[in-house]
Design a binder for this molecule. Structure first.
Ligand SMILES: C[S@@+](CC[C@H](N)C(=O)[O-])C[C@H]1O[C@@H](n2cnc3c(N)ncnc32)[C@H](O)[C@@H]1O
Length: 320
């Protein structure tokens, strides 16, 4: 029988992802997630997987790399039920490692407020695409800066301090449990499979960012962020502003691990920038402001809320 999920049932989780996250962004993934939420057989299959392997994005990307994009819920459920073992092995072998360089657009205004040059340390860096913030172009409601090779459009709401120039990055490094090797075609295929199907422009920008990363080779250390934070941070040059940042990472840690990370990061002489789902980071809570969309992240600087933003970097809403 399907066991109860500690926070919410699997069905509720899939329905929440369908209505809150995929709605308006991916009609197909909204349909597939709604379908799973109402399908006792698929829910039973998911309940047999380890808890961390039941996520909607992981299931959808696994089926996609194995059997291609399924264009209806009927086709999707058939391949899952006919190939349970293969799907289960891919779920076990993979993790949700969406690396979304467009998130740089929401980080940039915060980074540009700091004394330059910067030493950037990203925890949960995946392939390191968000470490290359100074290599991309940006368009904030027509305010352009940076290069032309890849341009991230980001709608601004409120008094966003729009930068006039890109930040100066003196040093950069990442930490990830499983850094993505961009020379490995299978790893790149997985990264691409995590982009939702209708978002072809997002896929194009991801491919351009990957081309830049293949040239720039940002260093990503293979480690748990709880183990190597201080030692990697100690490698940064002293004459640059050390920034420790993360986007869409702490949700993968337990509550106790998040508390531990918050203690570790505040013990280091650095600016801490977090960009995570609301209530994920212990500490920052917003009062007296409402995000323009239900699906949003919260950016905080040294644990003080700074802005709401789109989880994929498409808009930023500055807080007073
Ligand atoms: C959803 S991805 C986000 C990647 C990137 N920050 C971005 O915004 O595009 C989460 C990343 O965090 C990494 N991660 C999760 N838990 C970690 C841990 N305890 N230590 C290091 N990395 C971790 C995963 O391997 C994955 O690459």
């Amino acid at each position: 029988m399907l066991g109860a999920d500690p926070s919410q049932t699997l069905a509720e989780n899939y329905r929440r992802f369908a209505r809150g996250e995929a709605h308006g962004k991916s009609p197909l993934y909204e349909e597939l997630r709604e379908g799973v939420a109402q399908d006792p057989e698929i829910l039973e299959f998911l309940a047999q997987q380890p808890r961390a392997k039941r996520q909607p994005n992981l299931l959808l990307a696994s089926v996609r790399v194995l059997f291609g994009l399924q264009n209806s819920y009927g086709a999707f459920r058939s391949v899952v039920l006919e190939h349970r073992d293969e799907v289960a092995s891919t779920l076990a072998a993979r993790r949700t490692q969406t690396n979304e360089p467009a998130r740089c657009a929401v980080l940039l205004p915060v980074l540009c407020q700091l004394t330059q040059p910067l030493a950037l340390l990203e925890v949960g860096a995946a392939a390191g695409l968000c470490l290359l913030v100074d290599h991309y172009g940006y368009d904030y409601n027509g305010h352009h800066l940076g290069g032309e090779e890849v341009v991230f459009e980001c709608a601004v709401h409120g008094d966003v301090p729009l930068p006039e120039r890109l930040p100066e990055v003196a040093w950069r490094a990442g930490i990830d449990l499983e850094p993505i090797d961009l020379d490995d075609a299978t790893a790149v295929r997985w990264l691409e499979a995590l982009v939702w199907p209708e978002q072809t422009d997002r896929l194009e920008r991801l491919r351009s960012a990957i081309a830049i990363a293949r040239r720039e080779r940002p260093r990503v250390v293979r480690a748990n962020l709880l183990d190597r934070l201080a030692s990697v941070a100690s490698q940064a040059p002293r004459d640059a502003t050390l920034v420790i940042f993360h986007t869409a990472v702490l949700a993968y840690l337990s509550a106790a691990e998040r508390e531990q990370f918050a203690r570790d990061v505040t013990a280091i002489d650095a600016t801490w920038i977090s960009n995570e789902g609301p209530n994920v980071v212990p500490g920052p809570r917003v009062r007296g402001a409402t995000p323009i969309a239900d699906s949003h992240f919260l950016i905080a600087r040294n644990n003080h809320p700074v802005a709401f933003c789109d989880p994929h970097g498409r808009w930023v809403q500055w807080l007073k």
